[in-house]
Design a binder for this molecule. Structure first.
Ligand SMILES: *[C@@H]1O[C@H](CO)[C@@H](O)[C@H](O)[C@H]1NC(C)=O
Ligand SMILES: *[C@@H]1O[C@H](CO)[C@@H](O)[C@H](O)[C@H]1NC(C)=O
Ligand SMILES: *[C@@H]1O[C@H](CO)[C@@H](O)[C@H](O)[C@H]1NC(C)=O
Ligand SMILES: *[C@@H]1O[C@H](CO)[C@@H](O)[C@H](O)[C@H]1NC(C)=O
Ligand SMILES: *[C@@H]1O[C@H](CO)[C@@H](O)[C@H](O)[C@H]1NC(C)=O
Ligand SMILES: *[C@@H]1O[C@H](CO)[C@@H](O)[C@H](O)[C@H]1NC(C)=O
Length: 423
């Protein structure tokens, strides 16, 4: 007696969801399977399975449908199921009917499938992926299929919830080995739970269409703009503006700081907002996009190089690793290296002028050094006998002088002789 009493109490207390417990209701046989089961595709890959309730069901039977999509099971009173599935493979839904939500006495299953697209799977594009840049542009890239003709002209169709029908992307580009197409997608046009359906095929039907369903978490922001660096009391203040389109708590940042004196390289992840005491608080509209970060106890004599990047935060999007590009770099502090460079740069022309001058002044000497006089064998011969270069000329002069004197003397002697002869 106790069992049913407790059960009734539980039921009264609403603990049991339905009154349909096995022992309460008269034995439920297996209901017949559903009928008129059909499947259709809307948009690019929204699949509608629809069926009708089985006929000839016991009046006491409250019909529920259990549907299996692969491993995914759903029990519902609806006689349809709508799913977004990338139609790259055969996709089948199995439906059974049952007379209460938990019953294991189900009908025979009925299955309805959607066949994969026609064509050689090797021709279909590979690694189709899309990134939502800046919350304003969806960039989708893919690799050509292995056996796709090299001159394939691709077509990309896309669809999301607020579009009546799928649109064709027109802005194609090539990025290394990847082909890509980019289309506008503004944040106001979608809600974060929406998905974007993508289909890539070609103009002639030579390749097999390829489908992808992407969620809106692959967000890559524009890079932040580094606006100011300042050193105050051995603290380094870094200020930047967030990229466009993001609400303030939807981004996280990395601040990279390099000290080129100590060669220290650090990446900071600011956790909280900072305030620069000297700057007066700005009107709400402007300050929203301004951010700053303070690094205390920096070396005021060291040169620092800083840059910042951003990533969509977990608060607004699912975690991803899509960092923005880095901002421009900014430098601050004494840069000894650049001083030395400046000095070197100034010194070089001066040094060149001076050297040129010296070169001109000592050109002769240089000429002698470069083109030494051809040695005179005779001179060397003389030197061997102790003859001194500079004296040779004197000796010669002396010779001539002596000769002249001798000649004069001779002529005097001759005159005297002549005189004597004449006497
Ligand atoms: C399932 O059906 C069988 C008869 O086919 C019946 O004996 C059994 O009690 C039913 N089970 C439930 C939980 O209704
Ligand atoms: C099932 O389809 C047939 C025709 O295809 C139709 O006559 C019948 O009314 C449909 N049954 C239900 C329950 O909708
Ligand atoms: C980012 O979006 C803003 C506003 O929509 C736009 O002005 C800006 O050009 C975009 N940046 C890039 C790199 O597309
Ligand atoms: C940078 O910050 C310093 C200190 O707050 C301030 O004096 C300077 O005017 C700022 N410069 C710019 C360009 O905002
Ligand atoms: C720097 O520190 C000195 C004393 O440590 C203080 O008097 C001064 O107000 C500080 N300046 C700033 C800008 O914080
Ligand atoms: C900091 O140093 C690292 C490693 O040497 C380098 O890759 C990076 O570009 C530097 N960053 C800046 C802001 O100079």
């Amino acid at each position: 007696m106790e069992g049913p009493v407790i059960l009734c109490l539980l039921w009264a207390a609403g603990v049991l969801g339905t009154p349909a417990t096995s022992s309460e209701i008269p034995t439920e046989a297996h209901p017949p399977p559903v009928i008129n089961f059909s499947v259709s595709v809307k948009n690019l890959c929204t699949i509608y399975w629809i069926w009708s309730p089985p006929e000839g069901v016991n009046a006491k039977c409250e019909l529920w449908y259990k549907s299996h999509l692969g491993e995914e099971k759903m029990v519902s009173k609806n006689n349809f199921r709508i799913e977004e599935v990338a139609l790259n493979e055969r996709i089948c839904l199995q439906v059974t009917s049952q007379c209460n939500v938990e019953s294991t006495n189900t009908s025979d299953p009925v299955e309805m499938c959607i066949e994969p697209p026609q064509g050689d799977p090797e021709t279909a594009v590979k690694r189709l992926q899309c990134i939502w840049h800046n919350l304003s542009k969806m960039n989708c890239i893919w690799l050509p299929g292995k056996t796709a003709p090299p001159d394939t002209k691709y077509i990309l169709h896309y669809w999301y919830n607020t579009l009546e029908k799928s649109l064709q992307c027109t802005n194609f580009y090539v990025e290394g080995q990847f082909n890509g197409c980019s289309f506008d997608l503004l944040e106001k046009d979608v809600s974060s739970s929406d998905k974007i359906q993508i289909m890539v095929t070609d103009t002639t039907g030579a390749i097999r269409p390829s489908y992808n369903i992407i969620n809106l978490n692959n967000v890559k922001p524009d890079h932040p703009i580094l606006t100011n660096l300042s050193l105050q009391n051995a603290s380094l203040y870094v200020e930047w503006e967030s990229p466009a389109n993001f609400r303030s708590n939807c981004l996280v940042y990395q601040v990279e700081v390099n000290n080129s004196k100590s060669m220290e390289h650090k990446v900071h992840e600011p956790k909280s907002k900072c305030h620069i005491s000297e700057t007066p608080p700005e009107p709400e509209g402007n300050s929203k996009n301004k951010h700053c970060f303070v690094i205390h106890d920096v070396d005021p004599d060291a040169p620092y190089t800083v840059r910042v990047r951003a990533k969509a935060s977990r608060f607004c999007f699912e975690d991803n690793d899509l960092w923005s590009a880095w901002s421009q770099k900014k430098h601050i502090g004494q840069n000894h290296d650049s001083k030395i460079h400046t000095i070197t740069l100034l010194f070089i022309p001066v040094a060149i002028s001076i050297s040129t001058l010296l070169l001109l002044l000592y050109l002769k000497r240089l000429k002698i050094i470069i083109f030494p006089p051809i040695p005179d064998p005779g001179k060397i011969f003389k030197e061997m006998f102790g003859d001194q270069n500079d004296d040779t000329l004197q000796w010669k002069k002396y010779d001539i002088y002596e000769k002249q004197i001798k000649e004069e003397t001779d002529s005097v002697v001759l005159v005297e002789n002549l005189k004597r002869t004449s006497q």
